[in-house]
Design a protein around this ligand. Structure first.
Ligand code: ZN
Length: 317
């Protein structure tokens, strides 16, 4: 009887142990499932956080690149302003130098070259450089378009670039005011695009008192001249002529020198020459003109709106 009881208790304990084991296995499998779920949740959460971080990083990168392009644009504007400032500063220095030199003896010569540029222009520039002086070039637009580098070189070496005409076609530009200003403004804008600054001086084809324009339109010079001046661009004629662009036999270098020096005397001497290449004797004549004028007490300057007026007999007869 006691043995049966013992066996019964033993079986009960065994059954209880089996039950506990079963419960433990069930609990263990639940815990493992939960841990898997947690892991999956964790990994999902990491991935979404990573995505968020990635998108933050992308937008940060984008705004950095926008900022850097804005900085680039600002830098460009700053450089442009700095260029304009340097150019103005150079002009002021040159005016001050010319003024200071002018007060010594009061005589200033302004060499001017019309109708270029041409392949002769670099040779003219070489002579100017060798003699340490600057000149004013009244360019023709169609020629500037053929040789933009010559215009740039002249400007970069400290010479002044002025407006002459885009076409230099009297029958077109002097036909009416619209034609005149279409032609004039085309060259003005072209030079601005090429050099980054607007020209401040000009020379009318044939000069202010040319009579040819009368063939195309009555009193056209009288109409356009005040309008040109109102834009702040100052027109300049000349009072010494090299005689280098006349039709017929081309004058020799000596003759060109003689032509210019025979006009020397006035306090302000504006010398008209041409760098068209029609007469290459101009280049050979330049050193003689420069030394001859220096010997007569002249210093050299470039034309700006602040240099003395040189406009003969306004508006023609
Ligand atoms: Zn001309």
């Amino acid at each position: 009887m006691r043995q049966k009881l013992f066996i019964g208790v033993y079986i009960g304990i065994l059954a209880l142990f089996v039950l506990i084991c079963a419960l433990f296995v069930v609990e263990l499998s639940r815990s493992s499932a939960m841990s898997k779920e947690i892991q999956s949740l964790q990994s999902r959460s990491d991935s979404s956080q990573l995505q968020k971080l990635q998108s933050d990083l992308d937008s940060e990168k984008q705004s950095n690149s926008q900022l850097s392009s804005s900085i680039g644009a600002l830098q460009k504007s700053y450089d442009q302003l700095q260029n304009n400032y340097n150019d103005l500063q150079q002009q002021v220095t040159k005016i001050q130098q010319t003024k200071a030199q002018g007060t010594v003896n009061g005589k200033v010569a302004y060499l001017t070259f019309d109708d270029g540029p041409s392949p002769l222009t670099p040779k003219v520039l070489d002579v100017l450089k060798q003699n340490n002086l600057h000149a004013t070039f009244f360019v023709v637009g169609t020629c500037a378009q053929d040789h933009p580098d010559f215009v740039k070189r002249a400007y970069n070496e400290g010479n002044v670039i002025g407006i002459h005409s885009w076409t230099h076609d009297y029958s077109y530009i002097y036909k009416n005011e619209t034609n005149f200003f279409d032609d004039f403004n085309k060259l003005k804008d072209y030079l601005h695009d090429l050099l980054g600054v607007f020209p401040t001086v000009c020379r009318y084809p044939g000069g202010t008192n040319n009579t040819v324009s009368q063939h195309y339109s009555d009193h056209i010079m009288q109409k356009v001249d005040p309008q040109v001046k109102a834009t702040g661009i100052k027109p300049y004629d000349w009072n010494a002529y090299a005689g280098d662009a006349e039709s017929g036999p081309k004058p020799s270098a000596d003759k060109i020198v003689q032509n210019v020096l025979s006009s020397a005397g006035p306090k302000t001497l504006v010398v008209l020459m041409h760098d068209t290449g029609v007469n290459s004797n101009d280049v050979a004549a330049l050193p003689g003109i420069i030394s001859g004028l220096r010997a007569r007490g002249y210093t050299f300057g470039t034309l700006t709106p602040f240099t003395p007026d040189m406009q003969f007999k306004p508006y023609g007869g």
